[in-house]
Design a protein around this ligand. Sequence first.
Ligand SMILES: [Zn+2]
Length: 72
Amino acid sequence: MIIPIRCFTCGRPIAHLWEKYVELVEEEGKSPKEALDELGIHRYCCRRMFLSHVDLLKESLPYTPPRLGLSR
Ligand SMILES: [Zn+2]
């Protein structure tokens, strides 16, 4: 889904860095290692949060039920 707000192991906030990470890897063509080093993510517990994350939010949004009470 969306990347967790904090690292599961050490608790460092990481979610605010996700969009910059994606931009560095997909648009600027950097390797994940270079992107994580540039963002200052040095602990391997935090690095695995980025390397293992699969962003499925856009794929799952069409299947979410409509909110109750929301006019269509
Ligand atoms: Zn961590």
